[in-house]
Design a protein around this ligand. Structure first.
Ligand SMILES: [Ca+2]
Length: 276
């Protein structure tokens, strides 16, 4: 490539989407997005990923309806330090009525997660930099609004958190899996809340088997499910009508889809999740 062509190419890169007003070096690299509805105009679908495509002039846009949302799955748990949002100058691009939610729950399209910030005085054609009042951890960042949402570019900064769990990609019966973890002075993973469910889901995604063993076990003497580290079963993600307890049954998590829990025979062989 000649020097003139190289210079033209570099200029081309620099001006794609106009001036990058939300330039940052702390950007979280990955994420998959979705939104409540997709506005369409003149053959263009204003889809959710346009809010993170690096182009300031290409926006995500929902239809105007009651309760719109846009969400990003960061595919890891982060301590979120700031959320920068840029919107172009347009009659409907003021998002002063929107809220930012951060957390590990997918419930209600992740709107059930705690509010980091209620947006007021949003400034168009500017980089709006939002920080939570307190430190917040989460895999999902969601914006919700009473009517529509327009998001031209969203930049999220945060520090990746270390998982408390470890996926073991060996196929073992439930009891052999438990022994494997305990031989290393660890234990099978207990899931006590939405946060530990999120960590286990992230580990399970890399499994070779359709389910992974958890520390969930059924005792047919007491006729109850329990966690083998002696925690009681309170939080749960059972698949509907799939928590039938019987002798020689334990709980396993789906490695795909909604990561629900199923009652499975102890003698099935799956990958498993140990504590670290
Ligand atoms: Ca964009």
């Amino acid at each position: 490539m000649s020097w003139s062509l190289l210079i033209i190419s570099l200029i081309g890169i620099a001006i794609v989407g106009g001036t990058d007003l939300c330039n940052t070096t702390c950007l979280i690299p990955n994420g998959t997005t979705s939104q409540s509805t997709v506005y369409t105009s003149e053959g263009t679908n204003f889809t959710s990923e346009r809010a993170i495509n690096g182009n300031m002039s290409e926006c995500a846009h929902t239809l105007e309806q009651q309760s719109s949302w846009w969400t990003i799955d960061l595919l890891a748990v982060y301590n979120i330090s700031s959320i920068k949002i840029y919107n172009t100058e347009h009659h409907n691009s003021d998002i002063s009525d929107a809220s930012i939610h951060i957390g590990n729950s997918r419930e209600n399209n992740s709107i059930a997660n705690n509010v980091c910030k209620c947006i007021t005085n949003f400034i168009k054609n500017s980089c709006n930099d939002f920080q939570c009042n307190t430190s917040m951890l989460g895999r999902y960042i969601t914006l919700s609004a009473p009517k529509h949402l327009v998001l031209c570019e969203v930049r999220i900064c945060g520090t990746k958190q270390e998982s408390p769990f470890e996926l073991i990609k060996e196929n073992k019966t439930w009891e052999d899996a438990l022994s494997h973890c305990r031989d290393q002075n660890k234990d099978l993973a207990s899931i006590l809340d939405a946060d530990s469910q999120a960590w286990a889901e992230l580990e399970a995604r890399a499994a070779d088997t359709p389910f992974v063993w958890l520390a969930l076990h059924y005792t047919c003497i007491l006729e109850v499910w329990f966690w083998v580290d002696d925690h009681r079963l309170e939080f749960n993600r059972w698949a509907p009508e799939n928590n039938t307890g019987d002798c020689d049954m334990s709980g396993a998590m789906q490695t795909r889809e909604d990561h629900l829990w199923f009652s499975m025979s102890d003698y099935d062989k799956f990958n498993f999740i140990c504590t670290k």
